[in-house]
Design a protein around this ligand. Structure first.
Ligand SMILES: Nc1ncnc2c1ncn2[C@@H]1O[C@H](COP(=O)(O)OP(=O)(O)OP(=O)(O)O)[C@@H](O)[C@H]1O
Length: 292
């Protein structure tokens, strides 16, 4: 299965450094969440990974071969992003037929079935689609290409909640029957995090944190209890977030390998809660910003 190595990738836009020495390895099959606040560098990094943008420094390799040198590698990656299709005068079905001819792994039946689930009329001109429908069309193409590495950059743009749910289900079904490497950037972390096997958190053009979903969630937990007791327990620990209501306090603690500490908190009678990726992401990126 495909492995993508991003090695020392930096991207400068004139004076601005959008990416700063990124080194990560993504192993397929699996679903990777690419997370970051606005302007963190997600689209820039995904564009480099898809060979749409040449990095200022560094390189990307697929199974050890440079992405930009090997022409055959280019077709192994499909990049799905909110594309402006307002100038497309052809019917959506015709555009899909063209993809079917050009991309060997493209599966027209999959495209038709997914379009049907979205209630997306393929006999319409693509230019007549609403914003959400245009996103559905992009998602249909991305899923149906069956490219070994499929990248969705904010694919949900404008899609309503039921449509996003259909997209998430389609990813799960594909992983079950045709597993591959999916990379998904999203701001809807809480609704999609259950799909992730791994997550990469970008911040100001650098990797702030990355790891398997379980690893990331095991790096913290929340304790709730009587405020002074919670304060005594969390003294000296890295606190991500706290909330006080009357005499009760809830504190989210960040700690690598938190199992021992969690057990201690349980023994002390605190109510324990698990960390969510959304929690971790919000707390880490908020804290970083305050430090700036
Ligand atoms: N074509 C460009 N020219 C100049 N600067 C750019 C260009 N594209 C991106 N940038 C800058 O690079 C940085 C990263 O942008 P990028 O679009 O990768 O962020 P993002 O994480 O995808 O953000 P968002 O969540 O808002 O889509 C930002 O500071 C942005 O202003």
């Amino acid at each position: 299965m495909k492995a993508m190595e991003v090695q020392h990738v930096s991207v400068d836009f004139k004076k601005e450094k959008a990416l700063n020495d990124i080194t990560i390895t993504l192993n397929g099959p699996g679903v990777y969440g690419m997370l970051g606040r606005n302007g963190a560098g997600k689209t820039t990094l995904l564009s480099v990974m898809a060979n749409y943008l040449f990095p200022t420094d560094g390189a990307v390799y697929i199974d050890g071969e440079p992405l930009f040198e090997q022409k055959k590698q280019t077709s192994q990656v499909y990049f799905c992003y909110p594309k402006d299709i307002s100038a497309e005068t052809e019917k959506a079905s015709k555009l899909l037929k063209r993809m079917d001819r050009m991309i060997p792994s493209f599966d027209m039946e999959v495209a038709k079935k997914l379009a049907k689930r979205f209630n997306l009329n393929l006999n319409k001109r693509a230019s007549s689609y609403s914003t959400g429908m245009a996103s559905m069309f992009q998602v249909v193409k991305g899923i149906a290409t069956r490219a070994p590495i499929t990248i969705f950059d904010e694919a949900y743009a404008g899609m309503d909640a039921p449509a996003r749910e259909i997209f998430y289900e389609a990813i799960q079904e594909e992983q079950e029957h045709h597993p591959r490497l999916f990379i998904i950037s999203t701001h809807y972390i809480s609704e999609v995090e259950y799909l992730f096997d791994h997550a990469i958190i970008l911040h100001n053009g650098s990797v702030l944190k990355e790891g398997s979903y379980e690893e990331l969630l095991s790096s913290g937990f929340s304790v709730t209890g009587e405020a002074s007791q919670v304060d005594a327990f969390t003294k000296g620990l890295e606190v991500l977030k706290e909330k006080t209501l009357g005499g009760t306090k809830q504190v989210v603690i960040f700690k690598e390998d938190a199992d021992g500490l969690k057990q201690e908190a349980e023994e002390l009678g605190f109510e324990i809660g698990s960390l969510t990726l959304q929690d971790l992401f919000t707390s880490l990126t908020k804290e970083e910003q305050q430090d700036d």
